[in-house]
Structures are given as C-alpha cells and as structure tokens.
Design a protein around this ligand. Structure first.
Ligand SMILES: [Zn+2]
Length: 503
C-alpha cells in the first residue's frame, strides 16, 4: 500500500532542514517514508493532493499517565504534594475494571491523535500491584486507535511517608497507622514482571508499542530497584522513565535523605545515563545540570503541568546548553486537562521569558518544535523511528491546511505552529503509514461509541472517586505543612519568579 502526497509544503524537522519548509512530494510505502523530493513517480500509489497543505512529523508526547484521563477538569490551585492525595489517593479504593483501563487509554489516544500527537509515552500507574492483563488493556487501546506508544508500569517500593521530607514528624500517629500497606515489591519481583512484559506485550503492533521501565522517582524506590531498572533498560534498549525534581519539596528531599541532590544520587548509583528519561527536572541545580549533560540523559518538559501544580519554571535553556535531550510532555490529564502538545509548545515557548530578562536565552519556535518532534522521539529512544520526516523512517506525519485562519497571513511556518496553531488545521494524521485521522474522524475506532460508553460509566466512577477524595482529605494538613516547610527551606536557587510564603 503506497500513498503519495503531491505538491506539499514539507517541514522535515530533520537535522539538515530543521524547521525550514520546502515544496515537494512525499511517498509512503509499507509504513515507511520511501522518498521526499520533487515530482516523485506515483507508482500505483493513492495520490493525495497536498497543494496548500503542510506535511510535518507527528508530535511526540514525552510524558503522560493514562490513569488520570478521567480526572480532567477536576482540580486547581493545589501543589503536587496535595494534588497527589486526590489524584493518586493514599487510601485506595477498589481498582477500576479492565474495560475502564481500556477506555481511558482509548480516550487519551483519540485526543492525542486528533490533536497531532502520533507517539505518546504513557507512564502507566495501576496500584496496588502489577497485572499484565490490565496493562494489556492499555496496549490494546493504543493498538486499536493506531497510535505509537511507549507504555510503562510505574513502580515504587518505599513507603509514601519515607519518600517525603518532614512527613513522619508532622503526621499524627493515628493517621500514620492508616497507611500500613504491607510488604513492598522487591526489585526481583518487579524485574520478573518486566521480563514477562518484555517477552509478551513489548513490540506488539509491528513494533509500534513498546515497554519502558519506570521507577516512579528516586525517593520512592530502593537503590537496588533503581539499579535493576537501569540495567534492564540498557539490556533492552528502552528508556528508564522516572520523575525527578518536579517540586521544591523534592529539592529538599535529596539532601534530607541522601545528603545530596536527587540527580547526584542517581548519578552515584550509576543510573543516570543515555537511557534515563527524567520527567520535569524543574528544581535542578547548575551542578545537577552538568551531571545530566555529561550523562547524555533526557528530560520530558511538562510546561503546562508545572504551571498547573505550581511547580516552578524548568531551566530549559541551561539544560539544552548542557546537551540534555529535551522533549515535551503534557503529563497526566489531571495536571494539564488536555493531551494537546500544541498547547504545551506554546506555553513552553512563552513561559521561559518569565525566568529572566536575558532575551537571548528565551526559546525559539524552532527549538520548541524540535522538542515536540525529534527531541521527544529521543527521550522515548525512538529517534531512529519517528520524530522527523526522513526516508526510511516510519510515516508518522500530519497534514495541515495552510489556508486556515491560524496560517493567514502566512509568515514563518515554525512560528505559526508554536504561537498560532492549536491543532485545528489538522486534516490528516498518519501513523506507520496508516491514516488514523481524516477530516477530524478516527478511522480505525468508533469515537462516538467510545465517548458514549465513557459517559455512561462516569457517574459511578466519579462518585467512587469523590468518596476516595473525602477519605484522603484527612492527610491534607500534613501535605500542606510539608509543602510549606519545603517552600521556606534555603537551597541556594529558586525556580519560582518570587520567593517566600505568606504563612
Ligand atoms: Zn508524571
């Protein structure tokens, strides 16, 4: 099956052309880009007239959590430590059933594809355990929708109160007693689970769906767990996907528990390397950034989530200068409320200017577009597969209407994409050579039916979640105090535009 896009404006985002667009044809054959150039032979292909259309690489969402998909539009004005109580309750209820696991991933995939995201990295979180049949439901949803995905199974094996500074001291004894979770998962047990996933689900859908190893955060996992994860990631050529230094509380955590920053801790354990992908990286010091650059690790920058949870502004210019690979993520739909990378591009580009007056350091549209495409692919260790339009790579691409309002009048296409476009100009989305969205319609799954089923299931789901929120509210004063004490701590640098707390 071949497709020829005729007479297109092409933005490859490859290392040679970057965001400089040029006119030409693009031929897709057997899922791959076979040729890019002028006047290509049709060779029996379906011909799509791409006059006044832009062809560009599909966007990569470098960090999200499908577990939050049903929690959009629910929270605001909560720092991470408080929000976690409600989005990831400490006192858990019964797990959602497997059909809901499927539906939440299907919803995430639909919103992603329709807004131009062709690859997503789902840090799949499904406490209390790890169940391959449940994980398979997420894989099935991504397979059915036609998206490319890296899916993890996030693990933590340190008690919540031992992963937060001050928490044991602040929390009243009677509340601590409620948080007895039994024996934590061992590194050996998690490795056994990962081995099973790697030999079954990993590589499904013609290699489009992959597994990534995901210790939730350094302070939430034992040292042997982190080391086992990194060894496994190296052996299988997959990322070790983890959360590091999202909030100031986490900047206090490292010195408090390990006598050094969390990045230095990862480095000293030997797990900071090219397979390490760090979500957030907001409260990293200059020394941390040097270590990250030397290690050649990656960062998933979640500009909107960081603002929603008041985490601060990540030092993206310094990370880029140090040679860290940077991609863009939405984070979960509870700390962002959409799966749209177009929104993240715009905010990521703009928010850096609040870091300081040195306008030479503010991000360029071209750099932000790279983060959303090839940079994101690198953070997912898929840079040889997707992220740019190049012969031999998978045909993961978008076709946008250049006659839409967002591109009228047309100046610099890269700047339009970052500052003006929001995904509404997308006319066609292709993944692995298959058209998965055309004329705003999912071609492989029935969007209307899936949305109707979700709406039908939501009253019961939301009532249950509200019950969990009420049960977990007893811990809020403790989390608020942890946040307050960390905010007052002197750590030598700041990622807010102002410092200090009122009370
Ligand atoms: Zn996250």
């Amino acid at each position: 099956m071949k497709t020829l896009f005729r007479n297109a404006t092409i933005l490859t985002m490859d290392k040679t052309h970057g965001s400089s667009a040029f006119a030409g044809d693009l031929l897709v054959s057997n899922g791959r880009i076979e040729a890019i150039g002028p006047n290509l032979a049709a060779d029996g292909a379906r011909i799509i007239d791409a006059t006044n259309k832009l062809l560009m690489p599909g966007l990569v969402n470098a960090h999200t959590h499908s577990s939050e998909t049903f929690l959009r539009g629910r929270y605001e004005r909560m720092p991470l430590e408080i929000w976690l109580l409600y989005a990831y309750p400490l006192l858990m209820g019964p797990q959602v059933d497997k059909r809901l696991v499927y539906l939440r991933s299907a919803l995430l995939a639909m919103e992603s594809l329709k807004s131009g995201v062709t690859t997503l990295c789902d840090d799949f979180f499904d406490p209390p355990g790890h169940d391959i049949e449940r994980l398979a439901c997420a894989f099935s949803a991504y397979e059915d929708a036609g998206i490319r995905a890296n899916v993890s199974s996030a693990v933590m094996n340190i008690h919540a109160l031992d992963a937060l500074p001050y928490a044991r001291e602040i929390m009243p004894e009677e509340l601590k007693a409620k948080l007895d979770f039994g024996p934590p998962m061992t590194a050996t047990a998690y490795m056994d689970y990962c081995d099973t996933v790697l030999s079954t689900l990993h590589g499904r859908a013609n290699g489009r769906l992959r597994f990534m190893v995901a210790p939730s955060a350094p302070q939430r996992c034992t040292a042997d767990m982190l080391q086992a994860c990194y060894t496994l990631a190296l052996r299988h050529g997959v990322p070790m996907h983890t959360h590091v230094l999202e909030t100031k509380t986490q900047a206090v955590t490292g010195p408090e528990f390990y006598g050094k920053s969390l990045v230095a801790y990862l480095h000293d354990l030997g797990v900071l390397g090219p397979n390490t992908t760090i979500a957030h990286s907001v409260w990293v010091s200059d020394a941390d950034i040097d270590l990250m650059g030397e290690a050649g690790c990656s960062v998933a920058h979640n500009a909107i989530s960081n603002l929603k949870l008041g985490a601060g502004i990540a030092p993206i210019r310094r990370l880029l200068d140090a040679g860290v690979h940077v991609g863009l993520g939405t984070d979960g739909l509870s700390s962002n409320d959409t799966a749209r990378i177009f929104d993240v591009m715009r905010v990521a580009a703009l928010v850096q200017s609040a870091s300081g007056p040195d306008y030479g350091d503010w991000l360029k549209a071209d750099e932000v577009l790279t983060m959303a495409t090839l940079g994101g692919a690198r953070t997912a260790m898929l840079e040889d597969v997707t992220g740019s339009l190049e012969t031999g790579k998978a045909a993961d691409l978008l076709m946008l209407d250049l006659k839409s309002i967002a591109f009228t009048p047309l100046s610099d296409i890269g700047k339009h994409l970052v500052y003006s476009e929001n995904g509404r100009s997308i006319e066609l989305v292709m993944v692995d050579g298959r058209i998965v969205v055309e004329d705003d319609r999912m071609t492989l799954i029935d969007e209307t039916e899936i949305l109707a089923e979700i709406r039908e299931r939501m009253p019961a789901y939301q009532a249950n979640h509200a019950k969990l929120e009420r049960a977990n509210a007893i811990f809020e004063p403790t989390m608020a105090e942890v946040h307050r004490r960390a905010a007052l701590a002197e750590i030598g640098f700041n990622r807010y535009v102002a410092s200090g707390v009122k009370r």
